[in-house]
Design a protein around this ligand. Structure first.
Ligand SMILES: C[S@@+](CC[C@H](N)C(=O)[O-])C[C@H]1O[C@@H](n2cnc3c(N)ncnc32)[C@H](O)[C@@H]1O
Length: 922
């Protein structure tokens, strides 16, 4: 269930009146428990409680309904019950139908409220539905409830007015919803004078059948678009005339409103009854984006990017610097004034701003700093000098663009209330500024300099490209001489396989003439390239959240040289971490934050997560395009190993039209004797067969046995099929292979060697790369890599943590899976010179890993390497292997993956430099 659905279910439960016997089950049902689970709790089979009359759901909650006035004692009884701990209850809850008390057993947080008020606190129990909210958000329940109410209203209005869903009217509908949100906010914050002025006017003036609701609303909106001095000519009824002049673009434009059914009118009233004053414009904005997006509606009330994550980007981008300047200024009036003046000229620009959460958070943070300045200068009465117009965005979709603008307006008002008081906030709020600083359009086609010129009106740079059409609305500008520009955001990542034709065209337009390989880039690469280009005209600094794939594997060599050619460097970065949404069952994507600019800097900040999930910040001299504190190298494919590891090749490619490869049933259908079976049939493995232990076979016919094989009709038929298939191929090499149809098309093994196998693609969740050391005679397909008759210490390398880290960084990923490559990953892997003793030690470690696996026969690789349930002996064997290998590298264990990569890049640079020197000398 999503958050909105839970809120609705809990509201319904409390509205129905209290049923003591039913409450525990109805409560659990509201948090998504199935009828079958509830049945077993009701009949006692799953009730783990030892408290009389209580219901205890294992790993979840212990609930007790009690007599009136006995709630506190009942909660004590639940807390004291041994079963609460034994059954790992996350919460305890006691209620008498009037009052509710509850406790979160992990955090110790408590809740005490009236029974009818549970809906206002429903997220206290969110963990019951697998949802987690960041503690830093105040009142997230309100944001979820507002989202839910608006969603109902939106859906009902479109049901009643299908034409408002048409492309021609979609913008009108979005603007209508934005106006409604503004009115709900305004009536709860005294922007409108009178209690719930908007909602109650509609309730009073529209008839109960709601036939004229749309006319009432349209009239109120018309008033808000009419200056007070023009009101007389506008002939307004008194109930509309009491609304202030708002405009600012919000109420300009469409004059009509969608028709309201009775249900829609009820939903409007329900939405209006919420207290919108404390809405979080950053959170709420992201959440309600889902309202108008059918695909996203399933996660209604869930989607938002946590403030902490956004600050991971904004802090190093510029906020830390402002705070440092504040600290340095102390109480020095002049220095404080300089900082205030500096902040008044800072532009923050998010060219994929969605509903504006980065901009809102940046604005709020800056207002906090400004307030501190004013406090120290004893000028708290002063109006803010930070203009909202310095917070600019581009957003493709219409509704989020509307919301972004509104969110900023709301944020400004809320900050004014907090820092200057309600009276001053109200005095200056209306009319809204008419300037539209959120541009709706495609950021990869619009000229950013026209939307966010860094300095005064004189700068009107236009790209040569016709697509870079500056929008009229963005031409509005004002002097900002000496200002700074910070570009930020989390643009859509979209790997190349997920991009639409139009998105590919966007990338082509940006990268045409710069690289032929733009097709392999993620969509987000377009934002980095545009930011660097923008940075060549201004002193901007930019940072985006991105998938880590642009700093891994093949994309590195395509994108980063282009950025560096524009004299940009990586200013700061945060290596991979999970960018999670609030639902914990939504695992989130793995992202990085990369900041770029052409500023000179002695040191750069590289942040990463330690193994215990703390953020570790290091000051480093350089951050390379793999986000490693190392020189700017691009790892290139090599045909031979850099160190003294053995050569690795792909397995053999059958090119057989399915005739040489056999399932178990097909082997049986060949009707072979056991001697023939031993002579002509071999086990064959690709990645999937190896990892999951699947059985697959192939015909394997030695030159000397061809005649004998061809006498067996079932084999002969298959060989004929292979010949025909190869002869009909357009490829010359395949046609040539038709002369030896009993053999694989591309044969890379004799069939008698001992094979080390490494799948070419494997799941990213494992702590080690999968590998096998196979009995002689096993055949490997081209879907895996192989070492033939290699000394076993090679396995110790392949199975080490340090190798996995290198592969993940250098080879990149296929969607979310790890991709292995012999030329890019194995041949480039730097290994210190190994002594015979080192090799013997590593060989022993490798043998121990294989022995540890054998103890679990017949468990497959997939079973053995499950991240959460790796057998202890196997984990120990790998750990020992890591210990021995890492001591060879640095004389001790590495502290983390960051350190591993730094060492590898350092060694790689030294080894390739020495190699190049040697080549030049010879
Ligand atoms: C990952 S969201 C981030 C939005 C916001 N920061 C948030 O956290 O909700 C990316 C946003 O980029 C917008 N977008 C996608 N393609 C775009 C384009 N070509 N130009 C401008 N915006 C685009 C999407 O509509 C979406 O709102």
């Amino acid at each position: 269930m999503n958050a909105v659905e839970i809120e609705e279910a809990i509201s319904e439960l409390t509205e129905q009146g209290f049923d003591p016997a039913e409450f525990p089950f109805a409560f659990l049902e509201a948090y998504g428990n199935k009828e079958s689970t509830l049945k077993m709790l009701r009949n006692g089979k799953r009730n783990a409680s030892d408290v009389d009359g209580a219901v205890l759901q294992r790993n979840n909650i212990h609930i007790l309904v009690c007599d009136e006035g006995n709630v506190a004692n009942s909660l004590d009884a639940l807390r004291d019950s041994g079963t609460t701990t034994k059954a790992k209850a996350k919460f305890i809850l006691a209620t008498d139908g009037k009052e509710v008390q509850a406790e979160d057993m992990a955090s110790g947080d408590t809740l005490a409220c009236e029974y009818s008020d549970i809906p206002a606190h429903f997220l206290f129990f969110a963990a019951l539905a697998g949802i987690s909210f960041t503690k830093s958000i105040e009142n997230p329940e309100l944001d979820v409830r507002a989202t839910g109410r608006l969603n109902r209203l939106y859906v009902e209005l479109l049901r009643e007015n299908p034409e408002w869903a048409s492309p021609e009217r979609r913008h009108d509908m979005n603007q209508f919803m934005a106006r409604m949100i503004f009115c709900f906010f305004a009536e709860d914050t005294d922007i409108f004078v009178g209690d719930d002025l908007f909602t109650s006017t509609i309730e009073q003036m529209s008839d109960s059948k709601s036939e004229n609701t749309h006319e009432i609303i349209a009239e109120i909106f018309r008033a808000m678009d009419t200056k007070i001095e023009d009101r007389k000519a506008g002939k307004f009824r008194p109930w509309a005339n009491i609304f202030p002049y708002v405009n600012g673009g919000l109420f300009a434009g469409i004059r009509d409103a969608p028709k309201f059914s009775r249900i829609a009118r009820t939903y409007l009233v329900h939405a209006g009854k919420l207290d919108w004053q404390k809405i979080n414009p950053d959170i709420f904005g992201s959440m309600i984006q889902a309202v108008t997006d059918e695909e996203e509606r399933g996660s209604l009330g869930m989607h938002y990017t946590s403030v902490e994550n956004i600050l991971k980007l904004l802090n190093p981008l510029f906020l830390d610097d402002l705070r440092e300047q504040l600290a340095e200024s102390g109480n020095n009036d002049r220095k404080l004034l300089n900082l205030r003046k500096r902040m008044a000229k800072i532009r923050v620009f998010d060219p994929a701003c969605g509903s504006g959460n980065f901009l809102v958070i940046a604005y709020k943070q800056m207002r906090e700093i400004e307030f501190e300045i004013n406090k120290r200068r004893s000028e708290t009465h002063l109006k803010s000098e930070i203009p909202l117009t310095n917070f600019r965005g581009i957003e493709l979709r219409d509704f989020p663009a509307e919301i972004a603008r509104l969110a900023l307006i709301i944020a400004e008002f809320q900050c004014d209330v907090v820092y200057r008081g309600q009276k001053d906030a109200l005095a200056e709020f209306l009319p809204l500024n008419a300037m539209n600083w959120i541009t709706q359009g495609n950021a990869l086609q619009i000229d950013w300099l026209s939307v966010c010129p860094p300095t005064g009106t004189t700068v009107k740079y236009r790209g040569d490209d016709l697509l870079s059409t500056p929008l009229d609305q963005a031409e509005i500008d004002f002097e900002n001489e000496g200002g700074e520009t910070y570009i930020c955001g989390n643009p859509p990542y979209l790997g190349s396989t997920w991009q639409s034709k139009e998105q590919k065209a966007d990338l082509e337009a940006i990268f045409r003439g710069k690289t032929k390989s733009w097709k392999s880039l993620d969509y987000v690469a377009g934002w980095f390239m545009k930011a660097a280009t923008y940075g060549t005209h201004t002193n901007a600094r930019s940072a985006f959240v991105s998938t880590n794939s642009i700093n891994q594997g093949q994309q590195v060599a395509i994108l980063w040289p282009l950025i560096f050619n524009l004299h940009h460097k990586i200013d700061f970065a945060h290596t991979s971490f999970k960018w999670s949404n609030l639902a914990s069952h939504n695992a989130g994507v793995t992202v990085v934050i990369v900041g770029i600019s052409n500023r000179a800097a002695q040191l750069r900040q590289l942040s990463s997560l330690s193994e215990d999930h703390r953020t570790v910040v290091k000051e480093v001299v350089n951050i390379n395009s793999y986000l490693v504190a190392a020189p700017n190298v691009i790892i290139e494919k090599r045909s031979k190993p850099l160190s003294n590891q053995n050569e690795m090749t792909k397995g053999s490619q059958p090119t057989d039209g399915g005739n040489l490869l056999l399932t178990t049933e097909e082997v049986e259908a060949l009707g072979l004797s056991s001697v023939q079976h031993g002579r002509f049939v071999r086990r064959i493995l690709g990645s999937a067969e190896f990892i999951r232990g699947l059985e697959r076979y192939c015909l394997w016919i030695e030159e000397s046995n061809v005649d004998e094989a061809m006498k067996i009709p079932s084999i002969c038929q298959r060989i004929q099929n292979v010949r025909n298939m190869r002869l009909s191929s357009p490829k010359a090499a395949t046609v040539k292979a038709a002369s030896t149809p009993y053999k694989f098309g591309e044969l890379r093994q004799t069939g008698f060697e001992r094979v080390t196998v490494i799948p070419s693609v494997s799941s990213e969740g494992r702590q080690y790369l999968p590998f096998g050391y196979l009995e002689p005679g096993t055949i490997v397909t081209n879907l895996a890599f192989t070492l033939f008759d290699a000394p076993i210490w090679n396995i110790s390398i392949i199975g080490s943590r340090i190798h996995l880290v290198w592969i993940a960084t250098v080879c990149g990923q296929l969607e979310t899976r790890l991709r292995y490559s012999n030329t890019l990953g194995w041949n480039t892997f730097p290994i210190p010179k190994l002594t015979e003793k080192n090799k013997a030690d590593l060989a022993k470690c490798a043998e121990d890993i294989l022995l540890a696996r054998e103890a679990h026969f017949p468990a497959t690789i997939a079973d053995l390497y499950k991240p959460d349930s790796m057998p202890e002996n196997l984990r120990r064997a790998h750990d020992r292997n890591d210990e021995v290998l890492e001591r060879i590298y640095i004389g001790r264990r590495f502290r983390n993956d960051t350190e591993r990569l730094e060492k590898l890049f350092d060694l790689y640079t030294k080894m390739t430099t020495a190699e190049a020197k040697k080549t030049r000398a010879s």
